[in-house]
Design a protein around this ligand. Structure first.
Ligand SMILES: Cc1cc2nc3c(=O)[nH]c(=O)nc-3n(C[C@H](O)[C@H](O)[C@H](O)COP(=O)(O)OP(=O)(O)OC[C@H]3O[C@@H](n4cnc5c(N)ncnc54)[C@H](O)[C@@H]3O)c2cc1C
Ligand code: FES
Length: 260
């Protein structure tokens, strides 16, 4: 655990904040950090910027994320990591689909792809226009290869990102799909990719406590999301298909339905 000092906080949307801090060494796109707020909790957060500074991007959903959103320049947090496997860059015509804060985990991947000469198509989806994350950053990177969908039609395609992704996949022969966001969305995109025979890497979320494969809170099938994931490829998604998009363990150890 190291203590880092927050250098800058950017309010991205009404309830999403990016916290910048000094570089996290050795991180790759798709990895996450455990962020500790003494007296509150320790929570997993994907790296939304890789480099110096590095960042996490947080949606306020409960106590820990609310406390994180209230931090400012000069405040300190405890940090462990980076953890997890991260994405592998594969294919020449990849499609990235990010929903909500899932965009945060995929943005550094898009940047690394472009740096390596691969130009992805990136679909970012949100409930409404004011919830769209990193639109300017990604538009500068990708130009017309950035696609937008909003559930309420306030910008871009009117409807769910999973529906728009299926339409894009019908028109263009993508050779690899990367997805991060609400699990119901990710599972729908995976099902469509399976139908078309296109490989997928999906970043999954489960309750993470230890982050090193010991406590079992993040179990999915025979795997631990914290250590074996968070990114699951097609072969592993097939192995956990009974759970992916369907059920997860809650904080008390009960199996509950996946509802977002
Ligand atoms: C590998 C990994 C990477 C992650 N990366 C990010 C990230 O980059 N940005 C980010 O904002 N979050 C990310 N998360 C999710 C984040 O860790 C949780 O949202 C956070 O732990 C919630 O803590 P809390 O104390 O604020 O809320 P809790 O008190 O734990 O939860 C409050 C309520 O919100 C619900 N909830 C929890 N998470 C979500 C969610 N994502 N969307 C909607 N409702 C939710 C819970 O079911 C509960 O009912 C990631 C999770 C994992 C496993
Ligand atoms: S968080 Fe403890 S095993 Fe994954």
């Amino acid at each position: 655990m190291t203590a880092v000092t927050i250098e800058r906080v950017v309010r991205e949307t009404p309830d999403i904040y990016t916290l910048y801090f000094p570089a996290v060494a050795g991180a790759r796109p798709g990895q996450y950090l455990m962020i500790w707020l003494p007296g509150v909790d320790e929570v997993p957060m994907s790296l939304s910027t890789i480099g110096d500074p590095s960042s996490i991007t947080v949606r306020v959903v409960g106590d820990a994320t609310r406390a994180l959103s209230r931090l400012g320049k000069g405040d300190k947090v405890g940090l462990r990591g980076p953890f997890g496997n991260g994405y592998n860059i594969e294919g020449e015509r990849p499609l990235l689909v990010g929903g909500g804060t899932g965009i945060a985990s995929l943005a550094p991947l898009a940047e690394e792809m472009v740096a390596k000469g691969v130009k992805p198509t990136f679909l970012i989806g949100a409930r409404s226009r004011d919830q769209l994350l990193f639109k300017d950053r990604l538009s500068r990177l990708l130009g017309p290869s950035l696609m937008v969908s909003t559930d309420d039609g306030s910008e871009g395609y009117h409807g769910y990102a999973s529906n728009y992704a299926a339409e894009l996949m019908a028109k263009t022969r993508f050779d690899h799909i990367y997805v991060c966001g609400p699990e119901i969305m990710a599972a729908k995109i995976w099902a469509e990719a399976e139908r078309l025979g296109v490989p997928v890497q999906a970043s999954l979320e489960r309750l993470c406590k230890c982050a090193v494969g010991l406590c079992g809170s993040c179990a999915i099938g025979p795997y631990r999301v914290c250590r074996d994931g968070p990114v699951f490829d097609t072969a592993r998604l097939r192995e956990v298909a009974a759970d992916f998009g369907r059920r997860r363990m809650d904080a008390s150890g009960r199996m509950v339905r996946v509802d977002h």
